[in-house]
Design a binder for this molecule. Structure first.
Ligand SMILES: Nc1ncnc2c1ncn2[C@@H]1O[C@H](COP(=O)(O)OP(=O)(O)OP(=O)(O)O)[C@@H](O)[C@H]1O
Ligand SMILES: [Mg+2]
Length: 252
């Protein structure tokens, strides 16, 4: 038990009934204030890992601790908030305001506190003007930010963002990046958007076939062409130096 860690995962194994070996011996530590990217090919086990951290799934073996206390499957832990890979899995109330209020209300907070948290979360995510709209009428990018607001309103100490930039256009993605850079939260973030990972994370884990196969500083790990290609990924363009000049000087 280590109270100095936000998250401690040891020897985590998990199988779905029809799919064995989805997570195999995952070890992971996150300190308060860290921003950790989780990358890896489709099916590597990233989403499954996030669901185990929140106690939504029960591990076959191994241990997850949040802020020094073991996670018991099925037991709500307000210290962690999960932003789902698909916002439609998270948004179900008749209005955005109700949706964002759902978490804090279920935590049994007084109405005044719920209202204050909802307004603060909508402001932080830039979605205040959407407050009275039905979530199912929103665009993909708007839904994503409202889903984040719903998690922020619960004030978790650790947030797990699962593919937060999926289906965002350039402007919404840029806004998400600015939001994550300025958020000051401790987070885990799984993504195929490696440029996003470079911009917002200070450590990266590479997962493949249910294992963490590498770990390191973002620019070093993502810049390792051999490692990335071995695991079905590509080094991000921003890490490839431009060797040829864009415009050849005119010779006379
Ligand atoms: N509910 C489920 N039942 C059975 N198998 C599942 C279930 N959910 C996921 N799997 C399988 O578990 C493996 C890991 O899936 P997971 O969704 O954790 O991967 P991922 O790394 O998040 O992938 P992606 O990058 O596509 O989001 C995959 O082989 C997937 O087919
Ligand atoms: Mg996933």
């Amino acid at each position: 038990m280590n109270e100095l860690l936000a998250l401690s995962v040891s020897g985590l194994n998990f199988s779905y009934p029809d799919r064995p070996g989805v997570l195999r011996g995952v070890e992971l530590r996150v300190s308060p204030g860290e921003r950790v990217g989780v990358i890896g090919p489709n099916g590597a086990g990233k989403t499954t890992l996030f669901h185990l951290l929140c106690g939504v799934l029960r591990p076959a073996s191994g241990q997850v601790e949040l802020f020094g206390k073991p996670v018991i499957p099925g037991e709500f832990r307000p210290e962690i908030g999960l932003v789902f890979q698909n916002p439609d899995d998270q948004l179900f109330c008749p209005s955005v305001r109700d949706d964002v209020a759902f978490g804090p209300q279920n935590m049994g907070l007084p109405q005044k506190e719920v209202r204050a948290r909802v307004t603060a979360a909508l402001e932080t995510t830039g979605t205040l003007e959407l407050a009275d709209r039905p979530p199912h009428h929103l665009s993909g990018g708007e839904k994503r930010m409202v889903a984040i607001a719903g998690v922020l309103a619960m004030r978790p100490r650790l947030i797990a963002y699962d593919e937060p930039s999926a289906s965002l256009d350039i402007r919404s993605r840029r806004r998400l990046i600015r939001f994550l850079q300025g958020s000051g939260e401790t987070f885990l973030l799984s993504s195929h958007d490696l440029e996003l990972v470079l911009e917002v994370c200070d450590r990266v884990l590479l997962m493949d076939e249910g294992r963490i196969v590498a770990e390191g500083a973002p620019r070093e790990l993502l810049g390792d062409t051999g490692l990335m290609e071995t695991h079905g990924l590509e080094k991000p363009h921003s890490l490839t130096p431009h060797t040829a000049p864009h415009h050849e000087p005119r010779r006379t």
